[in-house]
Design a protein around this ligand. Structure first.
Ligand code: ADP
Ligand code: MG
Length: 261
């Protein structure tokens, strides 16, 4: 049993405060959905949790059980049991997926010889072409293949807590079902705890959330059960984003302003 505990987390990027006090606890086997409009800080939260350079924590704490994650390098956080499926998976020419997962197993003191078979089993399970296992990581993969690739890594690495940053973006219906089912199964089979960042409720049809949190302008403005996601589907974010009207000059300078609004 593990718990990811985020308390009063504040962070800035390029001198601008983006996360403004986040409190969230994710325990083994639980699925928490974080939903919010564009630019609300969802990806920033995922990067700060994993320790991406350039993101400065200005307050609060993040623990995985007793471990202070903010004191660790990203690879040490991964070794402690934290996993991040990126919104935009990175292409890494020259490094095959298999090399990466075997090296991860070695670094974590796990059985390297068992990795290839685990990869093959998982590839079959989520419909990921086996050809990609020995090819450079993410290079020339379609959006949907990249997301299947992230899911395969998650399944083979067996983290304790996984952050999924828009795992559903760019996926067709079949891929969406395959990856969300696989993650849901991990919550049941190995007690994976999930922080699923998403815009849309469609990911949450297979990957059923225990709690739904609405992130607006770097703060969680409401938390509830799955019914909250259903409400968003009906009415959008308007109820959560309505502010007092601002002068146009100020609105233009607002780094959180949604360019599509
Ligand atoms: P979301 O994932 O919810 O759409 P992000 O976390 O990507 O939102 O972005 C939140 C805000 O932080 C946006 O206003 C964005 O422009 C800003 N931001 C994110 N990353 C950077 C960065 N590396 N440099 C400058 N601003 C950034
Ligand atoms: Mg994002």
């Amino acid at each position: 049993m593990s718990t990811l505990s985020i308390a009063g987390l504040e962070a800035e990027v390029a001198g601008t405060a983006i996360l403004r006090g986040i409190d969230l606890q994710v325990a083994s086997g639980e699925v928490h959905a974080v939903m919010g409009p564009n630019g609300s800080g969802k990806s920033t939260l995922s990067h700060v949790l994993m320790g991406r350079p350039g993101y400065t924590v200005t307050g609060g704490s993040v623990h995985l059980d007793e471990t202070d994650l903010l004191a660790l390098e990203p690879w040490e956080r991964a070794n402690a049991g934290l996993f991040l499926a990126l919104q935009y998976p990175t292409e890494v020419p020259g490094v095959a997926l298999r090399d990466m997962l075997e090296e991860s197993a070695r670094a974590g003191g796990r059985d390297v010889a068992a990795v290839l078979e685990r990869m093959q089993v998982e590839a079959l399970r989520i419909g990921f072409d086996e050809r990609f296992l020995d090819r450079p990581l993410n290079v020339d993969l379609s959006g949907g293949e990249k997301k299947r690739n992230e899911t395969l890594q998650l399944a083979v690495l067996e983290p304790r807590i996984a952050i999924l940053d828009e795992l559903d973006s760019g996926l067709d219906v079949d891929a969406l079902r395959a990856v969300s089912r696989r993650v849901e199964a991990a919550t049941e089979e190995s007690g994976l705890g999930v922080l699923a960042i998403t815009h849309y409720t469609r990911l949450l049809e297979e990957l059923r959330p225990d709690r739904v949190h609405i992130l607006v302008k770097g703060r969680i403005v409401e938390s509830g059960g799955p019914e909250l996601a259903a409400e968003l589907e009906e009415t959008g974010y308007a109820r959560f984003t309505e502010d007092e009207p601002k002068p146009a000059s100020e609105a233009a300078a607002d780094p959180f302003a949604d360019p599509f609004a």
